[in-house]
Design a protein around this ligand. Structure first.
Ligand code: 6PG
Length: 619
């Protein structure tokens, strides 16, 4: 509101663009009789204006009823006009008063080409004007950009919301604040357990001093600019569905929920479709990097509605890690739950990477007889070269950690936990027919670790042991096994991309995994480049050569570990996978013959055309 020439339309249009809200020019609400009257040079009476103001109020009421907002430009010079404009929506309306002197407005209008405001008109406007008591005042001498900034500050709505202040949520909130974003934080209220979590968290961190904390969901939603952008960092599964039901009544058309949890990609798709019925967006987003990564820059894998993603892109790009060329480790992955899909596979690959390191540790410790400090040194050295990875780096650190003179690893119970993503990857790989054998072996190794205590310990038989392998052989065996793990993991992504029509960009996925995430490594940087020209790592000539050069080392590793009776399921899986690539050794022919023998399932022949099926009467 404000007198003619105060800049209502300019600011209104800018706000409309910035906040994603529809702009309504008050002049367009006049009736034909009003227009005729004004065109004939007759001023409108209060009575004429009531009808006009009522029609604006009706339009605003409709917006409120449909849970949307809008921006109206209307002079609203008198208090009674403003009361009419607010009818039935008193608590939903905010008046922005563009304030300035007659001289300033007159001078500004005169300076504009083709605009000249008769000073009597301005006089009469100022005479009519009753300055509002409860409006937010905006100084109209400022530039349009400054006025908009001032308006946004005055409206004081946050640009971004975050729900769930667990370990990851807290780190992401600090990351957003450190990057200068105005945020609102919500944490649920649980009597005696979770009380004023958001406020206490804000109070304990300097960078959060402008953030707002809530445990009332409605107030939290009202504190956000629309379309609302809300990062959910809550427990995956039913908790996510329950939360969606709770927040939905406070959302309006175009709002965007970003699910940063480890949700199953099929659930993500269902949630997207469900929320789309109400024109709400759901962006399923993988986030990797743990607590530290979330704070300093994680790898971020968003997917879903591409247009909605545009609205959140600048936030996610800013808080993500940076790759070695300065790019953000966040990229739009694709449609549906593809972001959560690749995060799931990331975790599967992570399981196998962790297990491979554990198996190398087993050989060095129980066969070669090195202690954890010595193994740490070897890992540390490897980490200085081609084998560099975050997981190897942290394992080198883990192995030197001591408590009361004892290695902490020796005090940790030998039972591995999991939260389910490795399981999902295995199930998905079997559904899509992809032999992700290292991921599966790593998952089952965790399961084995939890069931074995039921049995009596079986001591090793150390007779006839071979001599210890040198570190170079172990290093090469480990390098090759990692390559197999990555080839299988990305193979799974490629197959899913084709099956679900996602058109995923493998090189781009590898790129955002070169920093911030748990499986970041030098190998991932190489893989990013390989995928620029191929969709299968085993088609890359350097890798083909590495398989030939290192397969003997992998075999030696396995033999040495087997002789020492060490469990090395991932190394064996890698070795088996490589052995299976030898086309001169056949076993599946026996399976086909057996299937045909007992079930007439038929088989194809080497000496016949492909696609032709044969059956034999075997007896
Ligand atoms: C990451 C991690 C993270 C989490 C895993 C652990 O990328 O930041 O993968 O998502 O640590 O979920 O999974 P498990 O508990 O199943 O080992």
């Amino acid at each position: 509101m404000g007198v003619s020439g105060s800049g209502k339309t300019t600011l209104g249009l800018q706000l409309s663009e910035n906040l994603g809200l529809e702009f309504y020019d008050g002049d367009h609400f006049h009736s034909k009789s009003n227009i005729d009257k004004m065109s004939a040079g007759n001023p409108l009476t209060d009575e004429d204006r009531f009808e006009w103001l009522e029609s604006i109020n009706e339009a605003a009421q409709k917006l409120v009823a449909s849970k949307t907002s809008g921006i109206f430009a209307c002079s609203a010079l008198k208090e009674k006009y403003r009361i009419l404009l607010s009818k039935n929506i008193e608590n939903e309306i905010v008046f922005l008063y563009l304030k300035g002197t007659k001289e300033v407005i007159q001078a500004r209008m005169n300076a504009r080409k083709g605009h000249f405001m008769p000073s009597q008109l301005l006089d009469s406007q100022f005479k009519t004007l009753e300055e509002p008591q409860n409006a937010l005042e905006i100084d109209l001498t400022k530039s349009p950009a400054e006025m908009m900034q001032e308006t946004l500050e005055k409206i004081n709505l946050s640009e971004f919301g975050l729900v769930g202040l667990g370990v990851m949520g807290k780190s992401l909130a600090r990351n957003l604040a450190n990057n200068g974003f105005q945020i609102s934080l919500f944490n649920r209220f649980v009597e005696d357990k979770e009380v004023s979590i958001a406020e206490k968290f804000i109070d304990s961190h300097e960078e959060l001093k402008t953030a707002k904390g809530f445990e009332d969901l409605e107030k939290f939603c009202k504190s956000l600019q629309t379309p609302r952008k809300i990062f959910l960092m809550i427990k995956a599964g039913v908790e996510t569905d329950e939360f969606i039901e709770k927040i939905k009544p406070y959302l309006q058309k175009g709002d965007i929920l970003i699910d940063g949890g480890n949700s199953h990609f099929k659930d993500t798709k269902k949630r997207m479709d469900y929320l789309a019925e109400n024109d709400l967006h759901f962006i399923g987003t993988g986030v990797s990097g743990g607590e530290e990564g979330a704070l300093r820059g994680p790898s971020i894998m968003p997917s879903g509605n591409a247009a909605a993603y545009k609205n959140i892109e600048r936030f996610l790009n800013k808080i993500a890690a940076i790759d070695k060329n300065g790019g953000s480790c966040c990229t739009y992955i694709g449609a549906d739950g593809s972001g959560h899909f690749i995060k799931m596979v990331h975790n599967g690959v992570e399981y196998a990477e962790m297990q491979l390191i554990a198996e190398v540790y087993a050989l060095l410790r129980y066969k070669n007889g090195l202690n954890p400090d010595e193994i740490s040194e070897i890992f540390h050295n490897w980490n200085g070269g081609q084998l560099k990875s975050y997981l190897l780096e942290i394992t080198a650190k883990i192995l030197t950690k001591k408590e009361k003179g004892k290695w902490l690893v020796d005090l940790i119970l030998d039972q591995a936990g999991n939260k389910g993503t490795g399981n999902w990857t295995t199930v998905t790989a079997t559904e899509l027919g992809i032999p992700a054998t290292l991921i599966t072996s790593a998952l089952f190794a965790r399961y084995v670790s939890t069931v074995r205590e039921k049995y009596e310990s079986i001591p090793s038989n150390t007779e006839n042991e071979s001599k210890n392998l040198n570190f170079r052989i172990i290093e090469k065996a480990y390098a090759l096994a990692r390559m197999v793990n990555h080839q299988q993991g990305f193979g799974l992504i490629k197959t899913a991309s084709d099956a679900y029509n996602w058109s995923l960009n493998l090189s781009e996925i590898a790129r955002i995994w070169t920093n911030g995430c748990i499986i970041r490594s030098t190998l991932m940087e190489d893989i990013q480049i390989y995928f620029e020209t191929t969709a299968d790592l085993f088609e890359v000539s350097e890798i083909k050569q590495q398989i030939i050069d290192f397969k003997g080392d992998l075999k030696c590793f396995c033999l040495s570990a087997l002789q020492a009776e060490l469990p090395i399921p991932c190394m064996l899986s890698a070795n088996d996978y490589i052995n299976s690539l030898n086309q001169n050794i056949n076993t599946a022919n026996i399976i086909q013959a057996q299937r045909d023998f007992f079930g007439a399932h038929t088989y194809q022949r080497r000496d016949a055309e492909g696609g032709k099926f044969f059956h034999t009467i075997w007896e």
